[in-house]
Design a protein around this ligand. Structure first.
Ligand SMILES: [Cu+2]
Length: 461
């Protein structure tokens, strides 16, 4: 029997056993896996089959196409080793799905029957747990507890109804610490099937995962036994300035869905706007329970949906508020040098060590400006430039760009904001009066003060 006639034979057999979901799925041919080679933010995947919905945009990610098979949405995830470009010049050997880490976003509609084929091309067994979903216990993907883990080279089938709308995640529940430390995770969005009293239609709907790795500078593979001391803080396995910006049109209603699969919490902060938390792990929040925030903490294993009207034009920073999460890899043995006066010392040391460079004497801002010699295959610690110079940021940081001219459906970067005249911070050029201090108080230790302002322009003279 050749492949085609085999397929026809099984199609006939499937029709005769309609109603037996498992038998039907076993008889269907495996959908062709779709592999992603790009790290760019893919345009929204407009559904051409199934019920319509307003698709999400995954930052530096994409949505997995499906095929309809007798009313069932079929997806094919391939768990496999991948090389992810975390930022240009910094590639990491990860494990992921369909060519990237994180895996593709899966988008369905409330009430959809979904069948996911999972092929294991990893060097060890795996499973997929559908984090947050209501589903039959045997589809929950917990290796050893609800299923035998998927052996190397095998394909397992998960099938369930997407019962409630919201933001979900997927990740392995087998050798979980290793597999998540290696980047195995993805987002899942279930859209409401009809107008939902707690879900608004939005103009733009973004999503991304918070994830973290421990990659020693100069190496290429994450350390998998790290418990808390990660050094690469990512949104969708990218670090600033390699994380795409969120580009919206003035007065758009914007939803941003964030899932946290790191081992610590992340207070996500947006400048220039207040937002409401319109969804949590349990789904949409009733409007009467919402209050305005400018920062929302996303705890480990949680999903949050925030919503706002983008009514203020500009380039607004959006970032994790833990300041060491907006930095890339750094050695932990960098001493605090603020206030230590090294003048004269550098020249002496350079006589014996010509490459010697002083760091941190006046804060760490120099790091954003000077090109430190860094090992191959790593991201600079603080980097990224704006129209006015270095941002001195890395890691979990991007820009929320609000523009009057941004066309509906256009997600491209509009470039730097043009600030209207008279709306920017400016330099004071008048006289600077000396501070009046209570008698007996002293502004700072004289030695420290002179180190802070080595040019002698400080107030300590
Ligand atoms: Cu953080």
């Amino acid at each position: 029997m050749n492949l085609n006639s085999r397929r026809q034979f099984f199609a006939g057999a499937a029709a005769s056993v309609a109603g037996l979901a498992v038998a039907r799925s076993a008889l269907a041919g495996l959908p062709e896996p779709v592999i992603q080679t790009s790290v760019a933010t893919a345009p929204p995947l407009i559904p051409t089959t199934g019920r319509p919905y307003n698709p999400v945009v995954t930052l530096n990610g994409w949505t997995l196409p499906w095929r309809m098979n007798n009313g069932v949405k079929e997806f094919h995830l391939v768990a496999e080793p991948v090389v992810r470009e975390v930022s240009p010049g910094f590639k990491v050997n990860m494990w992921g799905y369909n060519g990237q880490s994180p895996g593709p976003t899966i988008e369905v509609v409330e009430g959809d029957r979904v069948r996911i084929f999972v092929t294991n091309k990893l060097p060890e067994h795996t499973t997929i747990h559908w984090h947050g979903q209501r589903l039959p216990n045997g589809m929950d993907g917990v290796g050893g507890l609800t299923q035998r883990a998927i052996p190397v080279g095998k394909t397992y089938v998960y099938e369930f109804e997407a019962r409630r709308p919201g933001t979900f995640m997927y990740h392995p529940h087998a050798d979980e610490m290793t597999q998540m430390a290696m980047g195995m995770m993805g987002l899942w969005v279930t859209h409401p099937k009809a107008r939902h009293p707690h879900i608004s239609a939005v103009d733009r709907d973004f999503c991304f995962l918070l994830n973290a790795f421990d990659v020693e500078p100069g190496s290429k593979t994450p350390k998998i036994n790290t418990m808390t001391d990660f050094n690469i803080w990512c949104w969708n396995s990218r670090v600033f300035p390699a994380i795409d910006t969120l580009n919206v049109r003035l007065n758009d209603r914007v939803r941003i869905r964030i899932g946290n699969l790191t081992m610590t919490n992340h207070p996500i902060h947006l400048h220039g706007h207040e937002f409401l938390v319109t969804g949590t792990d349990g789904g949409p929040t009733p409007p009467g329970t919402r209050w305005y925030e400018v920062t929302t903490d996303v705890a480990v294993g949680q999903m949050r949906q925030i919503e706002l009207i983008a009514d203020a034009e500009g380039d607004w920073a959006m970032h994790c508020h833990k300041s060491h999460h907006t930095m890339n890899a750094m050695g932990h043995d960098v001493p605090t040098m603020i206030g230590v006066d090294h003048r004269g010392l550098v020249g002496k040391i350079q006589k014996v060590a010509p490459d010697y460079m002083l760091m941190g004497e006046r804060g760490m801002a120099d790091m954003g400006e000077m090109q430190m010699p860094i090992p191959d295959n790593t991201a600079p610690m603080m980097t990224g430039s704006g129209q006015f110079g270095p941002l001195e940021m890395g890691g979990m940081f991007t820009v929320f760009k609000v523009r009057k001219e941004q066309k509906p459906g256009d997600y491209s970067d509009p470039g730097p904001y043009r600030f209207p005249a008279g709306t920017m911070a400016y330099e004071w050029t008048g006289a600077t009066p000396q501070a009046t201090r209570p008698s007996g108080s002293s502004p700072a230790e004289p030695a420290a003060a002179s180190a802070v302002k080595p040019g002698g322009k400080g107030m300590a003279h």
